[in-house]
Design a protein around this ligand. Structure first.
Ligand code: AMP
Length: 364
């Protein structure tokens, strides 16, 4: 290992690409461990800027900014998967990027991601590459129940259209046109019982630790609540952790990953997607575990041993989306409740403004 990529010490600096709430919470966890942070994010008023040691307000592919980051930091991580390939390569070639570029390549493209997940031995929804409206019309000839999703840049239900067997040729053409000609995949609709996610981490020396899966409820395509325990059978929990572990090993991953699953009625699992970063459905770990997903991520990327992911409490995490944040003062006095606001100056519909976690009893 070179001097640059060596294990970090308190007082060293960690770079973070992206300054949203996830970058902010990584910076806070780093600060608790005595690690300084530099955030690269174009928005001068981003949430992480308020808590990081230093903020570089520049585009992610700005060479001067990347060189500065490479000079100042002993490791660089990211809070979102759409890092420009050139920037990721620049940092990876210098041995600085954790997790590395393979995780980004797989998760930036839904087609590559699903193929990779299948190679790891896990199930996905049936999927088909769609390059034109003709591809879609052909696949839907006899009727198709599914979701058309852009291969890239989709999040929180954006870049998706529901496809149903009743849709006419014109409906299908309209559905394709609504994605503005973007390369897409058509996924079969999964009639699931519930959705869960596993937050897991892999250290630089290959140790893997997983948190208990949360049961997630989405509202308008955005995560609304995560609940622990998930209520799914223990064999399903073990299988979900096993799949997470296989994916982390296959990627040679370093850091925290979030993997979303559909649980079918027979308890079997279908992987929906993976996010190579800390994840919204892991925010509960701040309140219900000794070591949060944010601290776990910082430990991993710094080259430190992972912490204990066990859960001391049952809990429910709820996102504060848009105007929900106006309720925050009525939440402050509630027993067992911890609240986290992201410091965003403008409230907009659908924007994640904060979250709270309510502890509901000792871990069951
Ligand atoms: P995604 O952006 O792919 O995570 O999708 C957002 C949400 O849409 C998921 O959490 C599910 O609730 C739902 N969804 C996505 N893909 C499918 C599918 N193939 N079948 C059924 N529901 C889905």
């Amino acid at each position: 290992m070179t001097e640059t990529t060596g294990v970090m010490k308190p007082g060293d600096t960690l770079g973070i690409l992206g300054g949203g709430q996830l970058g902010r919470m990584i910076a806070m966890a780093a600060a608790r461990l005595g690690v300084r942070t530099v955030v690269l994010e174009p928005d001068p008023k981003c949430p992480a800027e308020q808590v990081a040691s230093h903020h570089i307000a520049a585009d992610y592919d700005n060479m001067e900014a990347l060189e500065l980051l490479a000079r100042e930091c002993r490791a660089v991580t990211y809070e979102f998967e759409n890092i420009p390939a050139g920037a990721a390569r620049f940092l990876d070639e210098r041995g600085l990027l954790f997790p590395g570029t393979m995780a980004l390549e797989k998760s930036q493209d839904r087609l590559a991601e699903k193929e990779f997940i299948r190679q790891c031995g896990a199930q996905t929804a049936p999927f088909y590459a769609i390059g034109s409206d003709l591809d879609l019309l052909k696949l839907c000839e006899g009727g198709f129940d599914g979701i058309l999703k852009t291969r890239r840049f989709g999040y929180d239900g954006k870049g998706q259209v529901r496809i149903t067997p009743e849709m006419s040729r014109e409906d299908l053409e309209r559905a394709f046109a609504s994605l503005k000609g973007a390369e897409s995949i058509l996924e079969g609709f999964v009639d699931f019982d519930c959705e869960i996610s596993v937050i897991a981490a892999r250290s630089r020396d290959g140790e893997i630790r997983a948190y208990d899966p949360a049961r997630n409820i989405h509202r308008n395509g955005i995560l609304d609540t995560s609940r622990l325990p998930s209520g799914v059978p223990s064999a399903t929990i073990a299988a979900a952790k096993e799949i997470a572990s296989d994916i982390l090993s296959a990627l040679g991953y370093v850091g925290v990953i979030g993997i979303e699953f559909f649980v079918l009625r027979d308890g079997s699992l279908v992987v929906n997607e993976m996010a190579p970063r800390v994840h919204n459905s892991g925010h509960w770990t701040e309140a219900a575990c000794a070591v949060s997903q944010f601290e776990q991520h910082v430990r991993a990327v710094c080259g430190w041993p992972l912490g204990d992911p066990s859960r001391h409490s049952d809990c429910i995490m709820e996102n504060l989306i848009g105007q929900d944040v106006d309720r925050f003062d009525s939440l402050l006095g509630k027993p067992g409740l911890s609240i986290h606001l992201y410091g965003k100056s403008e409230t907009r519909p659908g924007r994640k403004m904060g979250h709270f976690t309510r502890l509901t009893g000792p871990a069951s």
